[in-house]
Design a protein around this ligand. Structure first.
Ligand code: HEM
Length: 223
């Protein structure tokens, strides 16, 4: 144990922590998009947790990468970390980690910029969020292929637990209908003198179960 470089232990620890956090980010995102927890977990709280987990995963990823730069056994350079296929060790396995990183980063950046960019910001955020879905499978493949103990019992148990959570929530999302969206465009029209039809918005907002939908909309807009 005394011969094992501390950097190597920390690279592994930070890698596994990043993976676990990334799994939690995806799980919280899926919970947010489905009605699975109902009123037990308000959307705004799920949203806050989803964002906090994402930021924490990113922080651990930076630790994982910073340690690679100072590791005395297989030191990496910045281009070897940033460009897939340039790693001096387990090139394919590490390339998958780099791709996972590039899948994660745009959504983090767009999350900060979207409110300043107006409509275009919302569209770019949506695209970046779609790309982020690839991060989890890529990071999982990276873990399995690069992890020293990836195929040991405890690690397989962790991987199995994470994968089960994601698959169950994906299935639940498929089976549980998404919450009804309010009709925001009709409200101002209905209040104009020329509008003949009665305003249809009020009952939709106050109908049973839609309190969640109405509070949910602003929360999801920051997803
Ligand atoms: C979302 C992104 C990433 C996640 C979740 C992640 C996670 C992990 C995990 C779980 C391990 C296995 C630890 C072990 O049990 O040995 C690992 C190992 C490793 N990762 Fe990453 N990683 C990510 C990105 C990267 C990137 C961008 C690089 C560098 C280009 C990288 C380089 C490595 C290396 C070299 C190892 C092997 C460490 C060793 O066992 O000596 N990773 N990573």
């Amino acid at each position: 144990m005394a011969d094992i470089p501390w950097t190597w232990l920390l690279i592994r620890g930070s890698g596994i922590t990043t993976w676990a956090l990334l799994t939690a980010v995806v799980a919280w995102g899926l919970l947010l998009r489905s009605r699975l927890l109902g009123s037990f977990a308000p959307p705004q709280r799920l949203m806050t947790m989803h964002r906090w987990l994402g930021a924490t995963a990113l922080a651990f990823l930076f630790v994982h990468l910073a340690l690679l730069l100072v590791d005395p056994v297989v030191p990496f350079t910045v281009p070897q970390i940033l460009v897939p296929g340039m790693a001096p060790w387990e090139t394919l396995a590490v390339a998958l980690g780099t791709l996972a990183m590039w899948a994660m980063l745009p959504v983090m950046v767009m999350g900060r910029l979207r409110s300043r960019l107006g409509k275009a910001g919302a569209a770019w955020f949506k695209r970046a969020h779609l790309v982020a879905y690839a991060a989890w499978p890529l990071a999982t493949a990276h873990y399995v292929m690069a992890g020293t103990d990836a195929l040991t019992e405890w690690s397989l148990a962790l991987l199995g637990a994470g994968a089960t959570v994601i698959v169950v929530l994906l299935l639940a999302r498929g089976f549980v209908p998404p919450p009804a969206r309010p009709a925001p465009a009709r409200a101002p029209l209905a209040s104009t003198p020329s509008a003949a039809a009665p305003a249809p918005v009020t009952p939709a907002v106050t109908a049973p179960g839609t309190e969640q939908a109405s509070t949910r909309e602003p929360a999801l807009s920051t997803l």
